[in-house]
Design a protein around this ligand. Structure first.
Ligand code: BMP
Length: 235
């Protein structure tokens, strides 16, 4: 899973009916779409198990759960969150340990590996002042500890390309070849192409897809931008 170098993760922050309609329209775009992200909007309204069951009946994309934001509690509770996610037949779980500390990050990662759920760790968020209550190097510390724990997949902002480059370089210096998942394109100001040039592998796209008149065209448009940027970067 997440073996390819590029892909789009539609973020289904909508009603279940709308989510299923969108997925129906894009489910054959296997090359372009690397997985689906579901979050608190769907999970709180319908329950995680039902949402996953409905999506699995409609398509066979990997499903990522982003509780917006989980993995921030005491280690024992975070372990139980991972167990719930695994029991709900989810492939990958996004946690945001910024502010929760190293024991929480360790509990999250270990529980994911034990339950065969791919851990994805948020190292920096897209919105302004996300770090108002954090130390200056909090993101770098989260990245380094996660790498020591064997995490390979991270969330970092598409709308801050310089930060993406920094994280890729830190990982390279630690001999790790990480994959970066980036929200922050479209309404949050980032471009899929500039993000890929800075090191993003997978863009997480919400509104630009689910508010598009034609979500399918939007997926192919975004993927084309990513692919062109990737080819230019690697040539
Ligand atoms: P949109 O493309 O509509 O801006 O949606 C972005 C998605 O990515 C939302 O689900 C949001 O919760 C998530 N996200 C984000 O925007 N910034 C982050 O730093 C981390 C996120 O998970």
């Amino acid at each position: 899973m997440f073996d390819s170098q590029l892909g789009i993760i539609p973020s289904l922050d909508v009603d279940i009916k709308e989510a299923l309609e969108i997925v129906e329209k894009i489910k054959d775009l296997k090359h372009e779409i690397a997985g689906l992200k579901i979050g608190s909007i769907l999970a709180w309204k319908y329950g995680l198990i039902k949402v996953v069951e409905d999506l699995r009946e409609t398509c066979d994309f990997p499903i990522m759960f982003d509780a917006q934001k989980a993995g921030t509690d005491i280690p024992d509770i975070v372990k139980e969150q991972v167990n719930l996610v695994a029991d709900a037949n989810i492939d990958s779980f996004i946690a945001s340990p910024l502010g929760a500390g190293s024991a929480t990050l360790e509990a999250f990662t270990k529980a994911c590996f034990e339950r065969d759920v791919i851990p994805i760790v948020v190292i920096e968020m897209t919105h302004p002042h996300f770090d108002a209550f954090l130390s200056e190097d909090a993101s770098e510390k989260v990245l380094k500890q996660s790498l020591d724990l064997g995490v390979e997949n991270f969330v970092a902002p598409a709308n801050k390309p310089d930060r993406l480059k920094l994280y890729k370089n830190i990982a390279r210096e630690m001999n790790s070849n990480i994959k970066i998942f980036s929200p922050g394109v479209g309404p949050q100001g980032g471009g899929p192409d500039s993000a890929v040039r800075a090191g993003t592998n997978f863009v997480i796209v919400g509104r630009s897809i689910y508010q598009a008149e034609n979500p399918r065209d939007e997926v192919t448009r975004v993927y084309r931008l990513m692919k062109n940027a990737f080819m230019k970067t690697s040539s």
